[in-house]
Design a protein around this ligand. Structure first.
Ligand code: HEC
Length: 102
């Protein structure tokens, strides 16, 4: 048995399953979500504030990222605007994470 080759092979398999770059974006998205969004939308997307969509149930997530991005930037009803607080790329990372809560 050729041990180094096996190590490389298992590393390759582990990394090809979830591309490293998107795993890092999701981790960043999760951090930002917990910091800025979880108070209303719930750590698991269960929705804490009554009017807040429950992402766990996929509420509002039928829309494309670009329109959700717009709502988060400008704010919507009791959701404050995140323009000037988060950059577009950060909000997109958060939205990618939000889509994993379903
Ligand atoms: C103060 C509470 C609050 C916070 C904090 C908050 N939201 Fe919301 N969010 C809401 C409410 C309430 C709505 C529903 C607005 C409505 O009735 O259309 C909403 C709606 C949304 C929607 C759906 C928008 C649409 O167009 O349908 C998305 C996506 C969203 N929030 C993402 C986020 C993200 C991402 C964060 C963190 C960066 C965040 N929210 C922080 C309360 C909040």
């Amino acid at each position: 048995m050729h041990l180094p080759r096996m190590i490389w092979l298992s590393l390759f398999l582990a990394m090809s399953h979830v591309p490293l770059a998107s795993a890092m974006n999701l981790a960043r998205g999760q951090q930002l979500y917990n910091l800025h969004c979880a108070a209303c939308h719930g750590a698991r997307g269960e929705g804490v504030m009554p009017e807040a969509p429950k992402f766990r149930l996929g509420e509002r997530l039928e829309q494309p990222d670009m329109s959700l991005l717009q709502s988060v930037k400008t704010g919507k009803k009791s959701m404050p605007p995140f323009f000037g607080i988060l950059q577009d790329a950060q909000i997109l990372d958060v939205l990618a994470y939000v889509r994993t809560l379903r």
